[in-house]
Design a protein around this ligand. Structure first.
Ligand SMILES: C[S@@+](CC[C@H](N)C(=O)[O-])C[C@H]1O[C@@H](n2cnc3c(N)ncnc32)[C@H](O)[C@@H]1O
Length: 285
């Protein structure tokens, strides 16, 4: 998510006029944002995130015509409309990449190879702009072969990144780490006005579905999953929220199902739910 180029405050400005920033963001306003995003998305924003929050929420003030953080937040809290989604979208951090944490994809291929004819169900629950679920899909296609049966549910709380995932169009630069073989097999290269872009081949999407799912709410699935990828999102949650999310994932995984998490995600609060099976790969107990 691009950040505005304007210089950002390094501490809480008392007022817009006194510190030269466009809008006043008082400690009370910042506290309200921290509590609203925690309540709605489970995201814990510590005080060091003030500059980031100021820059991102300013975009919503500009878009909605509010002249102060207070007025925007009063209005937001009084309405249950689309602005809530926009508010959440600006406050998520969506960094991702193809085959990020490569060792997970090597492990995934090994797991899939154990039952090539099985109808695999995989949930990628913080899919961001799609590089992660397409990396899963490429690995599944390569390992399971033609006519393979797998379904990947790709979800995120952020509707904007999820539409990018569904559009499946990336800059050539985003695919720099992909082998020539993968680029040729799974992508189409843009020409003319689309030069510099590449698109995931449409047949890749036949096994994928895209859904907006908030991890702090109970997801509605009719069938359980063999594998869940929940990577680099729990770092934004406090211990209690993390525990609730892990319990929810435990409920939608089949017995013996596997959970893949990010390298910085600790599991102290869920030893009764998952047991370590590989590097940041856990098995449902
Ligand atoms: C840093 S990205 C990680 C993307 C990908 N999993 C990876 O590891 O490359 C974190 C993602 O989690 C999503 N997210 C944050 N809070 C969420 C929530 N409560 N429910 C679902 N997704 C959430 C964000 O929108 C963002 O796309």
């Amino acid at each position: 998510m691009p950040l505005p180029a304007a210089p950002l405050p390094s501490r809480l400005p008392a007022s817009a006029a006194s510190d030269g920033h466009e809008w006043a963001c008082s400690p009370a306003d910042f506290g309200r944002i921290q509590s609203l995003i925690h309540k709605r998305a489970g995201i814990s924003l510590h005080d060091g995130k003030l500059s980031m929050v100021y820059g991102r929420v300013s975009r919503r003030l500009r878009a909605t015509g509010h002249r102060s953080f207070k007025s925007y937040l009063d209005w937001l809290e009084q309405h249950e409309g689309a602005e809530w989604q926009a508010f959440i979208n600006v406050l998520t951090t969506n960094l991702t990449g193809f085959f990020r944490e490569q060792h997970h994809f090597t492990a995934l291929a090994d797991v899939l190879a154990t039952r090539r004819t099985h109808a695999w169900r995989i949930w990628c629950c913080a899919a961001s702009t799609g590089e992660e679920p397409y990396s899963i899909a490429m690995t599944a296609s390569e390992t399971l072969g033609p006519g393979s049966s797998f379904r990947i549910v790709c979800s995120d709380i952020d509707t904007e990144v999820l539409s990018t995932a569904q559009r499946a169009i990336y800059s050539i630069d985003a695919g720099k780490g992909l082998s020539a073989q993968r680029l040729q097999r799974f992508f189409m290269r843009g020409t003319g006005g689309n030069a510099g872009l590449m698109r995931v081949k449409p047949e890749m999407q036949k096994n994928m579905e895209f859904r907006t799912i908030n991890l702090i709410e109970e997801p509605l699935f009719t069938e359980p999953f063999d594998l869940v990828f929940c990577r680099n999102v729990m770092i934004y949650f406090d211990a209690a929220t993390k525990r609730q999310v892990l319990a929810r994932i435990h409920r939608v995984l089949k017995p013996g199902g596997l959970l893949f998490v990010g390298h910085a995600e600790s599991f102290g609060q869920a030893r009764d739910l998952f047991v370590l099976r590989g590097k940041t790969i856990y098995e449902r107990i």
